[in-house]
Every structure is written in C-alpha cells, then in structure tokens.
Design a protein around this ligand. Sequence first.
Ligand code: ATP
Ligand code: MG
Length: 404
Amino acid sequence: MSEEFQSPRGFHDILGKDLRKFRKITSVVREYLKRHNYEEIITPVVEYAKVFERSIGEVTDIVQKEMFVFKDRKGRLLSLRPEGTAGVVRAYIQHKLYALKPYHKLFYEGPMFRYERPQAGRYRQFHQIGAEVFGIGEPFADAELIKLVSDILNELKVKATIEINSLGCRVCRPAYREALTQYLHNVAGELCDVCIDRKDRNPLRVLDCKVETCQTAVKEAPKVVDFLCEDCRRHYEELKVYLSKLEVPYRENPGLVRGLDYYTRTVFEAVSESIGAAVIAGGRYDYLVEELGGPPTPALGFAVGIERLSLLVEDPGKEEEFYFVIPLGDVLPQALKVAQNIRERGKVAELSYRRGGLKKQMEFANKIGADYVVIVGEDELKEGVVSLKDMRTGEQVKIKPEEI
Ligand code: ATP
Ligand code: MG
C-alpha cells in the first residue's frame, strides 16, 4: 500500500482485540464513575489555543512542542485538545455551573492529540476518560478520588503503584521555586539545553525531565514537601491518613511534579513498572477555574490513558454468544424470519450470506466462531421445525423456531 494512503504517523485505527480491551476499560471506568454519581460532559475536540496555553502553562512540553495548533479562516488560533481538563473547566465557567450547585462531579471521554514521538502506548491521537470534581477543597475528596482510581485498577486486574506528592500552593510554592532555582543554577553544568532554559522559567519541569544527566543532577534537589506551608502540610497529612483508612496502598514520591502547570497540592499517578509509565494521572488544580475567568473554585481530577492501560489488560474475548442461521434451499425469507425471531429476544443472530452446501456452510460457521448454528431446510420447514446445533458440544436437535 502506498504510504500516502496509510494513516498518518502516530494516528491509529483501533479494531479487533484492541477495541475489545478499549471497550472493557471504558465500560469499567464508566460504571465506577456512575456509581459515584459523576455526570458526563462532551466538550469540543477543538478549543482556542489560549485555553490550553493558559491552563497547562506556556513553559510546558505540551504547549511548547506537542499541541496541534492551526488558524481558522479568520486567523483565530485553535488547537486540537491535548488533554481534557482545560475544556471541562472552560465549559464549567461558560455555563456558570458554579451558580447551580455548590459542587459538581463531571466526567468526559474522548480523543486527545499531542505531537509526540510515537512508540508503544504513545500516540499522536490517543484517548482518555477522566473525571473532575469542582468546588471541594477538603483532602477527603482527594482521598476518595485516589480510592476510585485504585478500585478501577483492581477491577481491571492491572498492577500499578499509586504515587502521591504535594506541590504546595500560592503561599508556599514561591519559596520552593526560589530554592530550586538556586540549586539548579549550581548544577547547571549537568543540565540538558532545554533544562538550562527551564531552570529560570519553570524550574519544576526540570524535575520531570527524562534526560539521564538531568535526573542525576536533580537527585539532591530540595523537595517541595519540605517547603509546604501549614495549610498544605495539613492537607497532605490528612490525605495520607484517609488513604490509609480507605486501605489504598500508595507510595510517596517527592519528585513527582506532573507535566502540567495547573496543579496545586495533591498530585498522583498510577505507575506501571512493566511499561515504565503512568496509566492514570491526576491531581488538584485549585486556581485553574479562577485563571480562566471563573470564581475561585477548588477542583481536582484524573485522566485514564486508555491505550496505555490497554497494554496491561487482558483481552475479554467476544462478549455475546451468537446464532448463525443457514438457509438450505429456497428458504431465504423463512430463514430471515428465524433470525429476526432470535434477535427480537435480544440474542445475536447472523443470517449466512453464503450460498452452498451444508458442509461448506458449517466450515464457515466454525471459522467465524458461531456458538450455535440454526439450519433452516426446506423439508424440515414443512414439519415446522429447524435444526439447532450447539457448536461446542456438537449436540443437534430438531426444534420449533420460536423455541430456540
Ligand atoms: P507521560 O509522562 O507518559 O508523557 P503525561 O504526564 O504527559 O504522560 P498526562 O497529561 O498526565 O500524561 O495524561 C494522562 C494519561 O494519559 C497518561 O498517564 C497516559 O496514560 C496517557 N497519555 C498521555 N500522553 C499519551 C500519548 N501520547 N499516547 C497515549 N497515552 C498518553
Ligand atoms: Mg507527556
């Protein structure tokens, strides 16, 4: 196939077992979100680029390198969404949801776009399902959200470690930033070119750099948890107490900073050792609603990377048993009626589109994995019956169509 007619680099079709895993993940996550009374919201795939620049932060990999930005015909800068939170926050403010209820629990699902180097579990179009809670500042909300993440992982039988950290707030982060910048100046000789630039503009990002020399250079860097103000420290301590009470296993990772600037206080990731990456990630973003023009509203959320998680879940196999209806002879309308009968009772039936003898048809039924075969033959029909064969046991009976 000529390359120009293949899907673009980093953009994938999802089908077969990948799609079954995809659906399994979204149905489990949706089920858990439903039990927690989250309400779904569908936001556009495109927003003004400003929405993301303002939310995610100008000096982040996502905004600097990964966004698909383009101009519309009037010259306005738009971007395919690289993540879901910014759009949900924009919608929360635009529809003044804050005026309706003291707090809101929303979830979304859909494609996200980032111009990244494609590799296993990393695409340019990928899918997330995520949840956001608006209006609750208490650490119990953080704990409940992390518990929900942990329950989802258990339900999907995925082994991942939940790592947590606190990034502080407006009160305490400036002092930390100062201390970190100072430290980074002292080790500047070991930093990569990008981090040399980041160290003044966005020093926390340096902690997240994947370049080895940078990782070594920041080993001894000051830790944000040592700089937390009284309120942030209490928030973090209470979160840990709640997590223990809820029996959620977690590990503190003082180097966890996340790739987006909007986070405050709690951040967390569910990290899989076997793929060496996070499959679910989230945290608190208490200033974002305000930043985008809404009233001060504490908030938090998480996002599940569906393709990433797919690498770790088992193929559930095909869901429904199905009946394969084979017409033998001039009985197409009658056979269709038999198939309809089965469908009307909520079962899955496929009417064979092949013509030919019984042997050929049975081979075909086997090939496509039919659970039952219904043979509609001219002679049998005269007696008002059809043959029903259980493909696993090989057992075959004559039966009235309405009794299948
Ligand atoms: P990473 O460090 O792996 O790049 P991230 O911090 O950029 O992840 P988030 O913005 O937190 O990722 O997105 C949440 C989740 O979405 C990630 O944990 C991951 O599972 C998934 N994800 C992020 N980027 C991609 C991608 N390019 N392809 C597939 N999944 C992705
Ligand atoms: Mg990334």
